[in-house]
Design a protein around this ligand. Structure first.
Ligand SMILES: [Zn+2]
Length: 394
């Protein structure tokens, strides 16, 4: 279960104080709430009633007060509402319904072609999401937000994709506006790497304040969590490390128009192409992984070199943000320890000792589901934010 109480990477809690306190799931009495918040008992009573009316909190057991009189304790009611989470990839998608703690209640996996355009893909998403809700016996009215991850750059403030290279027809498309014509709830959109970072952190590293999630697949990108918060940067492309030039790449053209980019040397297709020119029949990153799993020495060496290439760029990232955890995810992470060995070799030998003293570099443990979990977190964070709760209780 994902525990949202451990501090969300999406921001701090403030007003609607009471609910923000109770979100951690720990039952508290009215007296405890009054003491923690400094609010009057009468104010607490009113707010508890309002949250109870919404079903967002519920009484949990009974506590014996000092006077021996039982006093009710309250906590978040995880099943009070649900959110829809969608991880839309280039060729596959995962749709899930989660409760307010991020626990997946039902999910659906299917093949899609993101190049079919937004109406087709989002229409499919709405259809599958509605079917999941119906299957759970939940009404549309119980849905409070939708989180969507897309395989390209997204302007987070508007939810519109910005020049996404593999998503024809999506550039500038009003994703939230379109989805809201069918499901009238807030729609949050972000790129797949950012939501994977959120999901990986929530599910595997809830206490890590400084975490870098690196996706190595057809492309290469990173999700940056610094000071406990997801960092999107000024234009939303923080962590876009795929087009940093590396020494070994001199003269190798990249699809971005530059030469020598990390992505042109260490992505799945790049490793496959290098092995192909050495005479192997590798058409894709998956072919490379299959060869590595069969113990092919050439493929293993190529993957390890890709790890060193990644490590070269990550060494700079380590100097810049001093993370405590670097998680390597994406499909090429299935190449396992060989990729990681290359990354560790470079990062540990090139970084300042203090920066790596407590640095953990690991393969993703959450795997492909990190993205859909993160999309759920995005939706929950919005739906349970002080502003949203204030609007619901108004
Ligand atoms: Zn490039």
């Amino acid at each position: 279960m994902v525990d949202v109480s451990r501090g969300s990477a999406l921001g701090a809690s403030g007003a609607s104080e009471l609910f923000q306190l109770l979100r951690d799931g720990r039952p508290r009495t009215r007296a405890e709430l009054a003491e923690t918040t400094g609010l009057a008992r009468s104010t607490i009573a009113l707010r508890v009633d309002a949250l109870m009316d919404l079903g967002l909190i519920a009484p949990v057991g009974d506590a014996v007060s000092t006077g021996g009189r039982p006093s009710s304790r309250f906590a978040l009611n995880p099943g009070a509402r649900v959110v829809l989470a969608a991880d839309l990839g280039a060729s596959h998608a995962v749709i899930a319904v989660t409760d307010l703690t991020g626990t997946v209640l039902a999910d659906h996996r299917g093949a899609i072609d993101i190049a079919d355009g937004p109406e087709v893909v989002l229409g499919w998403m709405v259809e599958q999401g509605s079917a999941l809700l119906a299957g759970l016996g939940r009404q549309h009215g119980e849905l409070i937000a939708i989180g969507i991850g897309l395989p390209g750059p997204v302007q987070h403030s508007t939810g519109r994709p910005v020049h996404p290279p593999i998503m024809p027809g999506w550039d500038g498309f009003d994703v939230p506006g379109w989805v809201q014509q069918h499901l009238q709830v807030p729609v949050l959109v972000d790129n797949d790497v950012n939501i994977s970072a959120l999901g990986e952190r929530a599910a595997a590293w809830p206490d890590a304040e400084h975490l870098l999630f690196v996706k190595v697949a057809t492309g290469i990108g990173a999700g940056v969590i610094s000071g406990g918060l997801l960092q999107r940067g000024a234009q939303g492309i923080a962590g876009d490390i795929g087009h940093v030039q590396i020494a070994r790449g001199a003269g190798v053209p990249c699809h971005c128009g530059n030469n020598g980019c990390l992505e042109a040397m260490a992505s799945g297709p790049a490793i496959a192409a290098a092995l192909r020119s050495a005479g192997l029949e590798t058409r894709s990153g998956q072919d490379v992984i299959d060869l590595v799993k069969r113990g092919d020495v050439q493929a293993i060496q190529a993957v390890r070199q890709a790890g060193r290439d990644l490590g070269e760029v990550l060494t700079a990232c380590v100097s810049l943000m001093n993370p405590s955890v670097i998680v390597i995810g994406g499909s090429m992470a299935q190449a396992g320890e060989h990729l990681l060995a290359g990354v560790r070799e470079l990062v540990y030998s090139r970084s300042m000792p203090l920066a790596t003293e407590h640095l953990t570099i690991v393969q993703s443990t959450v795997g492909a589901d990190a993205a859909v979990i993160g999309a759920g977190m995005l939706a929950i964070h919005h739906a349970l934010s002080p502003e949203s709760i204030a609007a619901m209780t108004a």
